[in-house]
Design a binder for this molecule. Structure first.
Ligand code: MV4
Length: 447
């Protein structure tokens, strides 16, 4: 097994990776910016290297600096976490060429899935259901309008290099498509350097359901069930749960097996997530994430699996112990993302944490970057902690989450904990029937 792993990330996920390493007796190297000298992941690691200035481009996105840190500390592998360089195929290639193990998929698969058009075409070949549309790029707004006439409005135009809602526009008629298309295309050109667009039928009230997969270097692939990530605000997930309240066992097995077969044909290695839209009892593939995700803990808690440890073992070349074992998911898990933000305006609320008390008891987990007297820097994402609960069933998980949200004290800054309390009491959430549209209605009610 690896003796030393460099964690190329910060915040709660860096702490999470450190914990998996320590449980396995692996030494850790933290990298940090000048603004993160006091961060929890630096305190936890066996060694730390300052790799640059506060802005991500000068530090966490600085590939040469990360590789140099691995070199001087004699790390054997690099874990990229999520965000930053985690889905950068060029970085994954550089890591391997520099002689380190990249804890993640092959660069070719990162590249393939990073382009939505090639991803959709590829999975179509593998038998996954996709959304009717242009089936490839459109060569301009006139072509987009012709496709829209064929499939019928509403439609959505998306940038192939986009993701997470950037470079897309929804149109209910031709006038909206003509104006929105150009705006989205310009956003894509400026944001990703690639203004290739494609068009799909727009599903108006879908759920966002994703399947967790894990493949090793010996051709073994398993799935670990689904997560329901439909409660989102501006394409940022807010609450996630596993399993979804609406999927039947048959649907879960069917979708999971489709993803496993796709990975077997791909030769996919590492952790990955297939994202689907789910509407009127039908699934549609939209994109694949080739990284560990923020919401991985809900899958861990119902399966009793440490997904970060599995990533590390797979990268080292071990066979999946879980292969062939019929996983017996138990109970229900919910995650609330705790953001340092004003609960009413959603503006970031950095600053010094004066009081800090985390909830506890059976089935409560807090993955956090916070500690008393810690000052949250302004330069990074506003998510500072995740509160995850597990219960024997969904009702118990909701009750436990409500109690944990009451106990959770983070003083000195504003957080979205009040919003989470409202979500847990909402009819939409309690029924389990919420779609990607419902969080905006809940927020309007609590304003
Ligand atoms: C869609 C869709 C409906 N129909 N595609 C959002 C970003 C990326 N994950 C793909 N997304 C969507 N793609 C079709 N054909 C709905 C979403 C979507 C969404 C769209 C608008 C506002 C919020 C959303 C939240 C999740 C998913």
């Amino acid at each position: 097994m690896f003796k030393k792993i460099l964690i190329a990330n910060r915040g709660e996920i860096a702490a999470r990776i450190h914990r998996a390493c320590r449980d396995m007796g692996i030494q850790t190297v933290a990298v940090h910016s000048t603004a993160d000298a006091d961060a929890i992941h630096v305190k936890m690691a066996n060694e730390s290297v300052c790799i640059g200035d506060k802005y991500p481009k000068d530090s966490y996105l600085n590939m040469a600096a990360v590789l140099s840190a691995a070199e001087i500390t004699n790390a054997e592998a690099i874990h990229p976490g999520y965000g930053f360089l985690s889905e950068n195929a060029k970085f994954a290639k550089m890591v391997k060429e520099a002689g380190f193990e990249f804890i993640g998929p092959n660069p070719e698969h990162i590249e393939l899935m990073g382009d939505k058009i090639t991803a959709i075409k590829y999975v179509q070949e593998l038998g996954l259901p996709t959304i009717p549309g242009s089936n490839g790029g459109v060569d301009g707004v006139e072509h987009a309008c012709r496709i829209a006439e064929e499939i019928g409005y509403p439609v959505i135009a998306k940038a192939t290099a986009g993701g997470g809602g950037r470079g897309m526009t929804i149109a209910f008629n031709e006038a909206e498509l003509r104006s929105g298309f150009k705006i989205a295309q310009t956003e894509a050109k400026n944001g990703f350097g690639d203004d290739t667009m494609f068009v799909e039928k727009f599903l108006q009230k879908p759920k966002h359901i994703e399947i967790q997969v894990l493949g090793d270097k010996h051709g073994n692939v398993i799935h670990l069930g689904e997560r329901d990530c439909s409660l989102q605000r501006r394409h940022q997930k807010v609450v996630e749960e596993a399993p979804s309240a609406v999927l039947s066992a048959a649907q879960r097995d069917e979708l999971g097996e489709l993803c496993v077969k796709a990975c077997e044909k791909m030769g996919y290695i590492g952790a990955g997530t297939f994202e689907f839209l789910f509407e009127d009892d039908r699934f549609y593939f939209i994109e694949m994430n080739t990284r560990i995700q923020v919401e991985h803990p809900v899958t861990e808690l119902i399966n009793g699996v440490d997904l970060i440890a599995e990533q590390i073992k797979v990268a080292y070349g071990e066979e999946l112990e879980l292969k062939g074992i019929k996983l017996r998911p138990r109970g229900h898990s919910i995650e609330c993302r705790i953001n340092a933000e004003d609960p009413k305006t959603f503006m970031p609320s950095p600053g010094k944490v004066t009081d800090y008390f985390t909830p506890g008891g059976l089935g409560i987990r807090v993955d956090s970057a916070l500690y008393p007297e810690y000052t949250i820097p302004v330069y990074y994402d506003s998510m500072v902690a995740k509160l995850i609960v597990h219960g024997a069933n969904r009702e118990q998980a909701i009750a436990r989450m409500k109690r944990a949200l009451e106990e959770f004290v983070i003083g000195g800054i504003k957080t979205n904990i009040p919003l989470h309390r409202k979500i847990m009491e909402s009819e939409e959430f309690i029924s389990g029937k919420y779609s990607v549209k419902d969080l905006e209605d809940i927020i309007k009610r609590v304003k």
